[in-house]
Design a protein around this ligand. Structure first.
Ligand code: HEM
Length: 443
């Protein structure tokens, strides 16, 4: 076993490492893997200690098996000013587990299945607006669907005027916060102990006002729906008290931001990969026409492997981590390098090829397939996201023929995600009329 010491990493100054991460994260990780192997350290501007990136599944198993580890400060810097202190992504220990238990039921089982029909209706409505024989930016179109799904199904917003304002405010906010320059200024402000530029965004206040008015109205009307907001409004703590408006706002903001852009990006990548792999697309269409779901699920697993949307899901070690020849001391910030795990040739032969067949024979390997992170903090909405992806893929492929436009997409960092740089463009040709005009859809 090695001495307790951090693995090696680039010797370039933190400023350079940070800029490379912001502009070319995949290239940076790949080059570090070539130079340093399965574990290396990066030092980002604004952080006192390095972040250790891991890509050995056995070490990741060790990391995610402990419930004691806390969160690395990176999350606080980039998420706290937007999501607020009660966000599930930022809570720790018992408080985190208590809130998580409360929020989990609507994302599983019967309730989740009931959301499928609503998502199908949202997707059909969106597809109806696509031009027949025109060009679309798939990422934008997917964002419209997944935002609507959160607003209707998760928040249960019924007021059309407020939904319309949220539909405009959320993308504007995301666009304003996605630039590399803002991310850089956020890190710098953290380093200098200054107020985060994210807190000064007028667009955040506008979004807050919409969320607070939704909370107030639903509180007043009795909140009897099946959506997450109704559930949280009715939840009681041990002493009989209810959640404050401030806490509810943080949960809504978290679900909105964690839930819609990620799923839209995953869908955009899935279409991009399928359109550039005609045999896989053909096989998917044929299997769906035959009423089978196995290949659809495999396509989604493979897409989330080859284009993981979130590159890091880190922890600060509460105790020493000893695995795979490493000994990392308590207090170290550690994250799986999700891209590197997903492109290990010993786990995934020909790792850079899109080959859904690799997932047909079984579920993905737990600690070598981590698009949703892992352990006690694994993505709360993973099952909901995969359901949305199945429903949307099926709806689009049944009604529209798509052809890719231009070269294959480059991977670009956008906020905390890795997205198609030009949004995955495609030409459309309508295949079938809307379901109302065609045969009625099976329930
Ligand atoms: C393809 C889509 C999605 C991806 C790739 C994704 C990815 C992730 C990742 C990597 C984490 C961190 C996990 C960790 O630290 O181990 C996370 C956490 C979380 N996600 Fe997702 N997510 C997606 C969709 C959603 C949706 C649809 C929702 C809800 C509507 C959601 C809500 C959350 C929440 C609340 C957490 C915090 C969980 C906790 O700390 O206990 N996500 N997600």
């Amino acid at each position: 076993m090695s001495e307790s010491a951090l693995p090696r990493g680039p010797s370039a100054p933190p400023l350079w490492q940070t800029l490379r991460w912001l502009v070319r994260p995949v290239e940076l990780m790949e080059s570090c893997r070539r130079r340093f192997g399965d574990a290396f350290s990066l030092t980002f501007l604004g952080f006192e200690s390095p972040m250790v990136l891991l890509s050995d599944p056995e070490v990741v198993r060790e990391l995610y098996s402990s419930t004691e580890h806390t969160l690395p400060p990176g999350r606080t810097v980039s998420l706290l000013p937007v999501m607020g202190p009660s966000s599930l992504l930022l809570l720790e220990g018992d408080q985190h587990l208590e809130r998580r238990r409360l929020m989990l039921p609507p994302f599983h089982g019967e309730r989740l299945r009931a959301y499928g029909q609503a998502v199908a209706e949202i997707a059909d409505g969106e597809i109806e607006r696509w031009p027949d024989g025109g060009e679309i930016v798939i990422h934008e179109r997917m964002r419209a669907i997944t935002l609507e799904a959160i607003l209707r199904v998760v928040f249960g917003v019924t007021d059309e005027a407020r939904r319309e304002r949220l539909r405009a405010a959320v993308p504007a906010f995301l666009a304003a916060t996605s630039s590399a320059s803002l991310s850089f200024r956020v890190l710098l402000a953290g380093r200098l102990g200054r107020r985060s530029p994210l807190e000064r965004l007028a667009l955040r206040d506008e979004l807050d006002a919409l969320l607070f008015s939704e909370i107030a109205e639903r509180r007043a009307s009795g909140a009897s729906g099946e959506d997450v907001l109704s559930l949280l409004l009715n939840a009681r703590f041990a002493d009989g008290s209810t959640m404050s408006d401030r806490e509810l706002r943080d949960h809504l903001m978290t679900l909105l931001l964690a839930g819609h852009e990620t799923t839209a990006t995953a869908l955009a990548w899935t279409f991009e990969l399928l359109l550039r792999n005609p045999p896989a697309l053909r096989r998917l269409r044929e299997s769906l026409a035959a009423g089978e779901e196995a290949y659809l699920r495999a396509v989604i697993s493979e897409s989330l492997r080859l284009r993981p949307v979130v590159p890091m899901a880190g922890r600060r070690l509460a105790c020493e981590l000893t695995a795979g020849g490493l000994r990392l001391p308590a207090g170290t910030d550690v994250t799986p390098a999700i891209w590197l795990l997903h492109t290990r040739p010993d786990v995934y032969p020909d790792p850079y090829l899109f080959r859904p067949e690799r997932f047909l024979d079984g579920a993905p390997a737990t600690f070598a397939w981590l698009p949703f992170g892992g352990g006690v903090r694994r993505c709360l909405g993973a099952a909901f996201a995969e359901l949305e992806m199945r429903v949307v893929l099926e709806a689009v492929l049944a009604r529209v023929a798509l052809e890719p436009v231009g070269r294959a997409e480059r991977i670009a960092r956008r906020n905390v995600t890795l997205a198609p740089a030009r949004g995955a463009r495609a030409r459309t040709a309508r295949r079938l009329p809307s379901p109302e005009a065609a045969a009625p859809r099976a329930a």
